[in-house]
Design a protein around this ligand. Structure first.
Ligand code: F3S
Length: 63
């Protein structure tokens, strides 16, 4: 599974970083960035939760 952030939608809420800090970080400009775009099977639930919790629906996941 792969994950990405649409930086045009991201408003820097940071929930992604709180939920899955191995995969997301909010940069110095207040924009979410993906640290690892290939999601390990064991981390799928966390990354899916981050996607669900993003208020801007800026996170996309797919195979
Ligand atoms: Fe941005 Fe959503 Fe994360 S708004 S910082 S991708 S929770």
């Amino acid at each position: 599974m792969r994950v990405s952030i649409d930086v045009d939608r991201c408003q820097g809420h940071g929930r992604c970083e709180l939920i899955a800090p191995d995969y997301f970080v909010v940069d110095d400009a207040g924009v979410g960035q993906v640290l690892r775009d290939e999601v390990a099977d064991a981390d799928r639930a966390d990354v899916e939760e981050a996607r669900f919790c993003c208020p801007e629906q800026a996170i996309a996941v797919g195979d």
